[in-house]
Design a protein around this ligand. Structure first.
Ligand code: SF4
Length: 288
């Protein structure tokens, strides 16, 4: 495997975007919250809401004492609102099991609600500076192309972890930089639709480029249309309930004019099943 770490790290030092979670002293709690938010939402939408969130709840303990409804309200329009509930639960677990300090150990992080392989490693590496491979969608694309010679990542995410681990330098601090660099390169240069190979620091050692950019297939699952989807109906229900800060609402007051009543009922039922909405005597509210 060609040495990609050196050019990646050098490029990152000159080109990394100035983002809140990359600033010195941002802290493990800030890193954890940012990683929850970034799981499904673009950076530009996350930054203002992240800052508001951390201003309101600067520690896990502060969030743990809030009502889950406040977390769902503060989540606003970031999408996939179950993340707000999970983050609240994780804050309670951090307070109760770890004395209010975000754990450093990957297994301890994995045991928290809502934290998977990526987020656990991201916190251990970016907040605590430890040496683990961190592989997100952008990193997977860079590895697929530069290392594996594929046009898009394959389904085997475990292989990507192994390939990323092989790229990391022994130096612990430098390994964190290379992890961040691979993610950044995938986000701003080696993008899914139009990779900018002319400015890429890996251009002279990229396997896919050397092979003449073969189309090796695309196994990624396509994002379903939002317009007309159950997700849209769920978002509309939550928007109404977020705005109702003083009283519960009768079920028919919640998007009662939705064009597809069956879809509306399905959306409400699924939100109740997810714990995002409570139904008390036929009235609806955010979880208390
Ligand atoms: S050379 Fe092009 S395809 Fe290869 S890693 Fe760089 S941007 Fe991606």
């Amino acid at each position: 495997m060609p040495d990609l770490a050196l050019p990646l790290a050098a490029w990152y030092r000159d080109n990394a975007r100035d983002l809140p979670w990359r600033r010195a002293g941002f802290g493990a709690w800030g890193t954890l919250v940012s990683e929850f938010m970034l799981q499904q939402t673009p950076v530009s939408r996350v930054v203002p809401l992240l800052e508001a969130w951390l201003a309101r709840w600067p520690t896990p303990g502060a969030l743990a004492t809030a009502a889950p409804a406040d977390a769902v309200r503060q989540w606003a329009n970031l999408g996939y609102p179950r993340r707000a509930l999970w983050l609240h639960r994780a804050a309670v677990e951090i307070r109760d099991r770890h004395s209010g300090v975000v754990p450093r150990d990957v297994d301890d992080l994995l045991a928290l609600t809502g934290i998977g392989d990526y987020t656990a490693r991201a916190v251990a590496v970016f907040a605590y500076g430890d040496r683990h491979p961190v592989v997100d969608t952008n990193t997977r694309r860079v590895i697929a192309r530069a290392v594996q010679g594929r046009s898009q990542p394959g389904p085997a995410a475990k292989r990507d972890l192994v390939d990323m681990a092989a790229l990391l330098p022994d130096d612990v601090a430098e390994s964190a930089v290379v992890n961040a660099a691979a993610m950044e390169l995938g986000a701003v240069v080696c993008t899914a639709r139009s990779p900018r190979c002319e400015v890429c620091p890996l251009a002279d050692r990229c396997a896919w480029r050397a092979a003449g950019y073969p189309d090796t297939g695309d196994t990624r699952t396509k994002q379903a249309r939002y317009e007309g989807s159950d997700r849209q109906a769920r978002g509309a229900v939550l928007k109404v309930l977020r705005a109702a800060t003083t009283h519960d609402l009768a079920a028919d007051e919640v998007i009662g004019d939705w064009a597809d009543p069956t879809q509306r009922d399905r959306a409400i039922d699924s939100l109740i099943a997810d714990g995002l909405v409570e139904a008390i005597d036929g009235r609806l509210r955010l979880p208390r």
